[in-house]
Unconditional design. Structure first.
Ligand code: NAX
Length: 331
């Protein structure tokens, strides 16, 4: 059997819990691949991972390899093929008596985590390792990690697939079609409320979704609001943030990267800008992506961008530049 080594940080958290079985079950890497899991947590809760390990064993997956628990990222990152960086410090947590509400403070605390993780992965992981950052602020965390990883053969991504799946769900309801009928969904920019889900370039049966819906008031108000504020709506309803759907989106991103992207489709994730669409180089930015048969990811170029879309892309670009400015001393 083939083997794949997968690192998951924040593995005892909500998303981690929902993610582990789906990584190990054969669904993500195939029935012919043993999945070795390196699970990482902060020292205070690393012992909880013993419970996750027992549950994984009790699932009886043929594809479960070795499961090891760590609180040291340097030890955990040796020889890994994939890193799913879920662990981060959420907004609103109290540290040393201070409630962390300001974006700049949050960015700096998480910046410290991703500096260390980036260095460890850059030095210890496989040379073609893929890294998916889920922990927020995901794009800027990925920027810090990739900068300190300083290893151009590794691919750093930040997750926007949950936003893309949310956008598809809204369109499927509106147009009364199946999710699988909706192709080419792009989330431009930051994984934050400034993200821009693009219905001009999304397609149903080779036709632009925005032209099929033909209702700019619905797209600009209801749709955009629903997608951008969906995370908050789930917190309000559930009393906790999205976990199952976030884990599902992480699995979708890994699978999309591993599979050659079909001709008439693409997938959404944020990667390092190469200047495409006039997005400044050196930002981790949500783009339409394709993966080739070697699992190499590239940006889909030359899509038409309307004036309205450009305005929205400019807003999310500005936010990412501000975030980059806030963590300038960490880069
Ligand atoms: P939880 O608070 O349930 O779990 C986070 C876990 O990370 C905790 O167990 C914590 O101990 C651990 N952790 C913190 N620092 C760590 C470190 N340095 N090394 C290893 N582990 C560490 O949060 P959960 O609901 O699982 O969410 C995790 C992250 O995903 C949050 O930052 C959240 O904002 C983000 N999200 C990102 C999404 C995306 O689309 N990119 C969507 C869902 C989610 O909101």
């Amino acid at each position: 059997m083939k083997e794949v080594n997968v690192l998951v940080t924040g593995a005892a958290g909500q998303i981690g819990y929902a993610l582990l079985t789906r990584l190990a079950s054969g669904e993500t890497f195939g029935e012919d691949t043993l999945v070795n899991l390196n699970l990482v947590e902060v020292p205070q809760v690393v012992s909880r991972l013993e419970g996750s390990k027992m549950e994984l064993e009790d699932c009886g997956f043929n594809t479960l390899g070795k499961v090891k628990n760590f609180s040291d990222i340097n030890e955990a990152s040796g020889d890994i093929d994939w890193a799913l960086l879920v662990g981060s410090i959420p907004r609103g947590i109290t540290i040393n008596g201070k409630k962390i509400e300001e974006r700049a403070d949050l960015l700096k605390i998480n910046g410290g985590i991703f500096t260390e993780q980036g260095k460890a992965i850059g030095e210890n992981a496989k040379k073609d390792a893929k890294i998916l950052v889920v922990g927020n602020p995901a794009n800027t965390n990925a920027l810090i990690g990739s900068t300190h990883g300083n290893n151009s053969s590794q691919t750093w991504m930040a997750m926007t697939a949950l936003d893309a799946n949310r956008a598809k769900a809204q369109v499927a309801k509106k147009c009364d079609v199946s999710i699988s009928d909706i192709k080419k969904m792009t989330i431009w920019g930051n994984h934050s409320p400034t993200m821009y889900p693009d219905l001009d370039n999304a397609e149903i049966n080779n036709k632009s979704v925005s032209s099929l819906i033909n209702n700019s008031a619905w797209i600009e108000n209801d749709f955009l609001q629903n997608v951008q504020q969906r995370g908050k709506a789930i917190i309000d309803a559930r009393g906790a943030s999205s976990a199952t759907s976030a884990a599902n989106a992480a699995i979708d991103t890994v699978k999309a990267t591993l599979t050659e992207t079909p001709e008439k489709d693409w997938f959404s994730a944020a990667i390092m800008s190469d200047g495409s669409y006039n997005v400044p180089e050196g930002l981790i930015f949500g783009f339409p992506l394709r993966s080739n048969s070697n699992g190499e990811v590239s940006i889909v170029k030359n899509l038409p961008i309307s004036d309205y879309a450009q305005e929205k892309i400019d807003i999310t670009t500005k936010e990412l530049l501000e975030e980059k400015n806030d963590i300038g001393d960490l880069l």
